[in-house]
Design a protein around this ligand. Structure first.
Ligand SMILES: Cc1cc2nc3c(=O)[nH]c(=O)nc-3n(C[C@H](O)[C@H](O)[C@H](O)COP(=O)(O)OP(=O)(O)OC[C@H]3O[C@@H](n4cnc5c(N)ncnc54)[C@H](O)[C@@H]3O)c2cc1C
Length: 327
């Protein structure tokens, strides 16, 4: 039985909340509406106090803020301490957080202290017979598991981009409370946080991704993908084959051992469509595949397929789009 408020951990990136956090807050609001309870968001970070109204816009009734220099970046013990303090205060029936690297670390830490279990990487939540049911992919997305938890609180991490971030129709100013942060003893020290070099938008937040695989033939050829991505206001991604070849950084990798993305448009260039790649991009709204092999598996699940050589098709597409968009 879902009893008690829905508690959502809203992860911040600097002084902004991550898109995945806003997706979790939006979903939390939906669940809170179904079971007729309130939504409490927890904001942990440094310099985020003034940003709490943002969470109200996405439906949080209350925002608990833990704002301290030590909380600027994720620290497993510090964040767990704040998390447990929030749980003690709210006594939630459901705890949600994005399945980011921090969320994936925090959720089981909370679960073990609360003697409950976690549904990881949920792509859908339902309420059935007053219980929360999480749908999560298994076998690299080949099958889906529906999990109903018997223990409470029900904890789930939500796969980024599987849920929509939508402002609540009647946004209100949330009630804001400060959470006490008493720095716990820890055997871990977080020295520094290194954001990925360069100013490139995170793949998981991109609306358009132009991805290149082994068919690109070498790192220098990604220039044509960068031009196409730039024309569409997107970013470049990659298959594991091209990352393993050292053509692209690992942060560009889409798939089972890379990022899970769901842009509005995913253009796969010279990518065969192996299951491990597919699982990371299948939630894209529109998939376009460019491949010279008409039998390539990617044509089995692309919305639009172009059988052709990327070195002819991509520049032609970029030119046409530039002309069309007046760029
Ligand atoms: C445990 C595990 C985890 C994995 N995780 C991932 C993951 O996260 N992400 C991932 O991507 N893969 C992952 N893989 C690897 C995956 O199985 C594939 O090997 C990989 O996705 C293949 O990459 P690719 O499509 O670029 O290369 P290929 O399979 O070699 O395909 C290249 C394609 O390019 C086409 N092509 C060649 N030249 C041209 C041209 N000039 N114009 C047009 N098309 C052309 C070919 O027809 C071919 O279809 C994983 C594998 C394992 C075992």
């Amino acid at each position: 039985m879902v009893q008690g408020p829905v508690l959502v951990f809203a992860e911040s990136l600097g002084q902004d909340f991550r898109k995945a956090s806003l997706e979790a807050v939006t979903e939390g609001k939906r669940i809170a509406g179904i079971v007729n309870t309130s939504l409490v968001a927890v904001a942990i970070g440094n310099g985020i106090k003034d940003r709490t109204s943002y969470l109200g816009a996405y439906g949080a009734d209350t925002v608990l803020v833990a704002d301290a220099p030590e909380l600027k970046t994720f620290h497993p013990d510090y964040y767990r301490t704040v998390g447990l303090e929030a749980v003690r205060k709210v006594n939630p029936g459901v705890i949600l957080m994005p399945a980011t690297s921090s969320g994936k670390d925090l959720a089981p830490r909370l679960a073990i202290h609360l003697n409950t279990v976690v549904a990881t990487e949920a792509t859908k939540l339902d309420v059935e017979h007053d219980r929360l049911v999480a749908t999560r992919p298994v076998y690299a997305g080949k099958a889906f598991l529906r999990v109903t938890m018997k223990s409470s609180p029900f904890i789930a991490t939500l796969r980024p981009n599987a849920f929509n971030a939508k402002q609540a129709p009647s946004s209100k100013t949330p009630h804001v409370e400060e959470l006490q942060f008493n720095k716990p003893q820890s055997r871990m020290t977080v020295h520094e946080y290194h954001a990925h070099a360069g100013k490139k938008m995170d793949l998981t937040e991109a609306n358009v991704i132009v991805s290149g695989g082994r068919g690109m033939g070498g790192p220098e050829n990604y220039k044509i993908l960068e031009e196409l991505a730039e024309t569409l206001g997107g970013v470049v991604g990659a298959s594991r084959a091209s990352v393993d070849a050292g053509w692209r950084p690992h942060s560009d990798q889409v798939g089972q051992t890379g990022r899970t993305v769901s842009p509005t448009l995913y253009i796969a260039c010279g990518i065969s469509g192996a299951i491990q790649h597919r699982v990371g991009m299948i939630n894209s709204k529109v998939i376009v595949a460019i491949n010279k092999d008409p039998e390539a598996p990617i044509f089995g699940f692309a919305d639009y397929g172009i059988v052709g050589d990327v070195f002819q098709v991509v520049p032609a597409l970029t030119n046409e789009l530039r002309r069309y968009l007046g760029k």
